[in-house]
Design a protein around this ligand. Sequence first.
Ligand code: GDP
Ligand code: IMO
Ligand code: MG
Length: 421
Amino acid sequence: MNIDILLGLQWGDEGKGKIVDALSPVYDVVARFQGGPNAGHSLEFNNVKHVLHLIPSGIFHPEKLNIIGNGVVIDPAVFKKEIEELGPPLNELKKRLIISNKANLILPSHRILDAAYESSKGNSKIGSTLKGIGPAYTDKTSRNGLRVGDVLKEDFRQKYNDHLNSHLNILRSYDFKFDLKEYEKGWFEGINLLKQFPIGNTEYLVNELVQEGKKILAEGAQGTMLDVDFGSYPFVTSSNTISAGACTGLGISPKKIGDIFGIFKAYCTRVGCGPFPTELYDAVGANLRNLGHEFGSTTGRPRRCGWLDLPAMKYSIMINGITKLIMTKADVMSGFKTIKICTAYRINGEICNELPFYNDSIVEPVYTELEGWKEDITGYREFSELPSALKNFIEFIEKETSVPITMVSVGPDRKETIFRN
Ligand code: GDP
Ligand code: IMO
Ligand code: MG
């Protein structure tokens, strides 16, 4: 079992980037399997914060290989910007990163389509990051996509023009103004950079590496509640963010999967539209946002904040087959007198443990209130040092979910991590 998966159990932004970076030393390879530049994965070391969108979060470890798998959608313009801002020299990065020839490309016109669709939705907007994710995955499944492998072919420009024309035809029926040239320049520069990186059948590579006994960490993007099948549809992203997505997004058998790490914040956040049963509209919500710096890593939008939602988390644990839990950001709640955890929903007066099908259901959270802790925990490195009220909080979650919490993150830096034995 040489492939472990790490993925978000909530609505994204659980701290995946930080934890993947902190776990990288025990893996040989870090691989992204879905999503694209809608993701914003932050990690910190040496007092510098980095935000990654397309590049796997193992990239800062010189001896590790990073793979962008076939399930990812790539915007070459974003890729170029990210590579340039990363820090390590290009020659070095070319040795650390390999890209699947089967990953689909996000075209400039996909971004425009994304914006046109959203603006036509009026009050029922998804709250998309507008990175072109939906239209790119739509073209992939309708078998109209352009893939990374296509950029190496002589007829690439012709193919690009054909795709562009079909998108322009669609755009004609929308009353939407756009400037294609603005996107195209950076996009073609990005294509030139992309071509300089190793591009190949990464599914062979991944399976060979497993055969050789190398350890791979598959890094999820978004979160389970944003999964296209199991999230709060239609307020979701366009890929399978769940553990099964790692198999289709990298070309690996479920038989090869070892641990499936489920990462969650000690409270909940959501950016974009859609149901959020434990959302707080009061001063507590504002406190979580301010103390936790809850503003989108990709769009800068303020994140909606609320208490931990166990029915949603248990659902995510079930769908993914989570073997170990990782908790982040409990440090944000230091000083809270009491902390609430939603243990069930009340819908039409009935207690309910399942997530409702309809987004318009009036879901009232049923809370258990636990004592808070006063201590600043960011300096702690041992589980035994944690305040007893926080240990109670952890124990409560473990009892409810029947899954052990094996890591506790106490700050954004890679060092601010407690590995529990
Ligand atoms: P991701 O998308 O799951 O990688 O998460 P983001 O990077 O979008 O958002 C998580 C935010 O919380 C980032 O700003 C991280 O630097 C920060 N962060 C991660 N873990 C912790 C933690 O344990 N405590 C605190 N205070 N911040 C954290
Ligand atoms: P990471 O990997 C949080 C949300 C958007 C929107 C919905 C659809 O950083 O956790 P899309 O751009 O995919 O069409 O947006 O999904 N969303 C995220 N929210 N974290 C993310 O990624 C997200 N990626 C997409 O806000 O509600
Ligand atoms: Mg994020």
